[in-house]
Design a protein around this ligand. Structure first.
Ligand code: KG4
Ligand code: ZN
Length: 350
């Protein structure tokens, strides 16, 4: 039996979780996620404020995760912590705490790449969400399309050339006067929108694209964001923004969803995968998940699409503990001079 404490502080969630790996079955004993509200008034994450908020939260969050698991620090066998990528000041809070914990209790420490955590998240709920699969990771900071033949083997097929999918949602939310983070507000507003009124160009999507084209799997959202900006300005000038807001949200979401759906289908087809696994905060978007499901059902009926529950889609320490367990069993250990990185390729990335 291995009880692993996971710690995540890469952005604006302070999170701790305990997983228990018994006889081949991994059980979540506790998961505590504290979302930092301080950034709302600024409309985006302020790094220095994030680090300070992690500092005040990390001790009570870990204590609470232990309490919920009915454990004391001495019951922890391994500590896993996010070391990259993310805000370095924020990462260092979790990393320093994890080093202190591991040193004081004389247990091994494992460093985890945040995006590898997102890849493992869905498998905590859905035991079949395991390789080989096509993965679409869509969060506030990243958009990655991967082929995953096995855990630890990550073939990056495509990525965003500019804004991440979540970032595009958040920026469009801001233009439409919605609160931060705006993804779910845009989705809710788009539900009331007329799809025929604003048809924005689908970025990086041409019917005659071939796998040999550099843009076959890549995405780009900054042009779409600018198109939305112009639509909002025109509508404001015409004095019709109140009536147009939902239609613009719908037009934006349709363009983004169609692009991500098409690229994901291309990836699954190119590698003949029967499973598609989604991850990251934008995987909370039901319109996206349903579009990918419907498209694959039309195309090749036997492809299963796995999306994480909202709690596991957004940043959480369970996914860090799960990826950490994988790395721990591979024999990987972090030393006390382990650093934190703002950007880093996935381990095993080719
Ligand atoms: O994975 P995550 O919690 O944080 C990062 O690692 O970046 O993702 C947060 C992002 C935000 O941009 C948020 O607006 C977006 O996920 N998001 C959504 C939805 N729920 C959260 N985007 C679209 N539709 C949603 N329902
Ligand atoms: Zn994330």
């Amino acid at each position: 039996m291995t009880r692993i404490l996971g710690i995540e502080t890469s952005c604006d969630e302070t999170s701790a979780a305990i997983l228990d790996d018994g006889t081949g079955e991994i059980v979540t004993r506790s998961l505590v996620i504290l979302s930092q509200d301080v950034h709302r008034v600024f409309g985006g994450v302020v790094p220095e404020l994030a680090s300070r908020a992690h500092l005040t939260a990390i001790v009570p969050v870990v204590r609470r995760a232990l309490e919920e698991a009915s454990m004391t620090p001495r019951d922890v066998d391994v500590v896993a912590v996010t070391t990259e990528p993310g805000l370095v000041g924020a990462l260092l809070v979790g990393l320093s705490y994890a080093k202190g914990f591991a040193l004081a209790l004389d247990v091994p420490l494992v460093g985890v790449h945040h995006m590898e955590g997102h890849l493992f998240a869905t498998s905590l709920d859905a035991p079949d969400a395991v390789p080989p699969f096509t993965a679409l990771l869509v969060s506030g900071g990243h958009t990655l399309l991967l082929d995953v033949p096995a855990w630890g083997e990550y073939h990056v097929l495509g990525a965003t050339r500019d804004d991440a999918a979540g970032e595009a949602f958040d920026k469009v939310a801001k233009l439409l006067g919605l609160p931060y983070p705006g993804g779910r507000h845009v989705e809710a507003l788009a539900r009331e929108g007329n799809p025929a009124r604003f048809r924005f160009a689908r970025p990086m999507l041409r019917r005659n694209d071939t796998p040999a084209d550099a843009s076959y799997f890549d995405v780009s959202f900054s042009g779409l964001k600018t198109a939305v900006l112009h639509a909002v300005r025109d509508s404001e000038r015409a004095g019709t923004i109140d009536q147009d807001r939902a239609d613009i949200a719908r037009g934006f979401q349709d363009a983004l969803v169609e692009t991500l759906t098409e690229k994901t289908v291309r990836a699954a087809r190119a590698h003949d995968r029967q499973r598609v696994v989604l991850g990251g905060g934008v995987a909370c978007n039901r319109t996206l998940v349903n579009a990918i499901r419907e498209r694959l059902a039309q195309d090749a009926g036997d492809v299963a699409v796995f999306a994480p529950s909202p709690r596991l889609a957004t940043d959480n320490a369970s996914m860090i503990a799960r990826a950490g367990l994988f790395r721990y069993y591979l024999g990987e250990r972090a030393e006390l001079d382990q650093g934190a990185l703002a950007t880093a390729p996935l381990p095993g990335q080719v």
